[in-house]
Design a protein around this ligand. Structure first.
Ligand code: SF4
Length: 316
């Protein structure tokens, strides 16, 4: 039977960002340096395939520090941790390596700087996401007010409306965040913030690529995990940019082929924590069913790289 033709728009940039790449290298290098088991507080990055791969090499994933034996090294995930976590590790005299993405650490520093200047902080982010918890945990309880939507801004009750600053989660929707920032500036004209927002280059670039391809796609599949903020935002961006069907898939096995019946074009991208091997798996699944023509949609070049911490580059 001849396969139907399909144009496969392949977003670039897609998949792994520099912060995820660094965090995975940190776990691998820690295993090399100290041997197994090495403990990791929270999923190092939000991707089951990556986590399972590291678990097979000897990493043990836990949610809280007190689940780690004090004699073994522990790594903090790329999302960042509240200040109390490294403090607790030091109190227990544990060896720890902080795999927080440098772009998240930059937001932590911004928040601390504004706090020292006497400003109360507003964080734009998703309640309960580890990055939000980590950033809010840089300051004493009650010092950071969390908002997710423009509606939340209307109900904020700051100590002093003239002494406020804001930071954002790094993996938000660029367009949604601009609306929340607009609402903050309208209600608190003196609010101090970063030049645009703290959304990172990788999040921004992946959303731009999806926006560029969405009008040409009958469907968009985002390879990523359901707990990955930046992956979920890519689905929303695709739908909002005009694609009638945008869906998150973790693996090729998740593709709902019936929902794709009759499509002539598909867009494929991946969140910042999804490895290329999973994108290839999805592309291969389309090749099995269609006569695929791949059309790259390149909207930016990325060459960002972050160094791993010195403790891992030194001999044991
Ligand atoms: S998505 Fe952005 S902030 Fe998060 S790890 Fe990647 S580069 Fe860092």
């Amino acid at each position: 039977m001849t396969k139907p033709p399909l144009t496969l728009h392949l977003a670039a940039p897609r998949g792994f960002c520099a912060g995820v790449d660094r965090a995975i290298k940190i776990v691998e290098m820690a295993l090399e340096k100290w041997g197994a088991p090495v403990y990791v507080r929270h999923e190092i990055v939000h991707n089951r395939y990556v986590v399972d791969g590291l678990r097979a090499k000897g990493a043990v994933f836990v949610e809280e520090l007190d689940e780690c034996p004090p004699a073994r090294p522990v790594i903090f995930s790329a999302h960042g941790v509240p200040k109390s976590v490294p403090q607790a590790a030091e109190a227990r005299e544990m060896v720890y390596v902080d795999a927080t993405c440098p772009l998240v650490s930059k937001v932590h520093i911004e928040a601390a700087r504004h706090h020292e200047a006497g400003l109360q902080m507003v964080m734009i982010g998703h309640a309960g996401h580890p990055e939000t918890v980590g950033t809010m945990g840089q300051l004493p309880a009650g010092e950071v007010l969390l908002v997710e939507t423009p509606e939340d801004v209307a109900t904020l009750e700051p100590r002093d409306p003239g002494r406020l600053a804001f930071v954002t989660q790094t993996t938000l929707s660029v367009d949604d965040t601009a609306e929340v920032v607009g609402a903050l500036k309208a209600r608190f004209p003196a609010i101090v913030g970063p030049h645009k927002e703290d959304i990172c280059y990788a999040t921004t670039n992946r959303q731009e690529a999806v926006k560029a391809m969405a009008p040409d796609c009958d469907a968009i599949l985002v390879v990523g995990a359901p707990n990955s903020s930046n992956s979920k935002r890519l689905v929303e961006v695709g739908a909002r940019a005009g694609c009638p069907y945008a869906q998150l898939v973790q693996r090729a096995g998740d593709i709902d082929w019936r929902a794709l019946d009759g499509i002539k074009s598909v867009g494929i991208t991946a969140g910042a924590s999804a490895p290329e091997v999973l994108i290839e798996e999805v592309i291969d699944a389309f090749r099995d069913r269609y006569q695929v023509t791949v059309r790259p949609v390149v909207t930016a070049e990325e060459n960002v790289e972050f160094k791993v911490p010195r403790v891992l580059r030194e001999p044991a």
